[in-house]
Design a binder for this molecule. Sequence first.
Ligand code: URA
Length: 175
Amino acid sequence: MEQNRDCKLCPLYKGVKSVCIPGRGSSKPKYLFVGEAPGADEDEGNQPFIGRSGMLLVEQIKKVQMGPARLTNVVRCRPPENRQPEPEEIKACRVYLKQEIEETKPKFIIAVGGVALGFLGKVSGILNWSGRMVGMVGKIPLLAVMHPSYVMRSGYYDDFAKDFVSLKNVADTIE
Ligand code: URA
């Protein structure tokens, strides 16, 4: 999928360096991790999850040997001051995630954090869902995990690690 650097589907393009940051990782992923929106590092580097929270996420993916993974976001431009994306911004940006799912055909989608969980799974309460299966996105099982930024703020590193082991087990069971 080509990066649409001219995207004007919502106003976020006005304040960023990198417009419509594409996913990164495997082009045939087993797991598609979907976060909230890029932060400052991602805007600078034009790639999702390359800052501190991204490193924590990737570290866990490697630790439990999850296999080919891809990282992307619900919203592809950095919201000002890292605020949560507005519902209209998420709605405008969903065409890109839909296309990415169709093109890369992941076996599992993993909502990373409450915003992605709300959008993809239509449920709230990420801490209750972290490490579990939530439902389906079309024919693809949807799992969830707490956001690594939250883990860094709260210090819930052990829970994050446990939830990743659980995700891997749930996925292995479904497969
Ligand atoms: N947080 C996200 O949700 N996505 C990123 O790409 C970086 C931080």
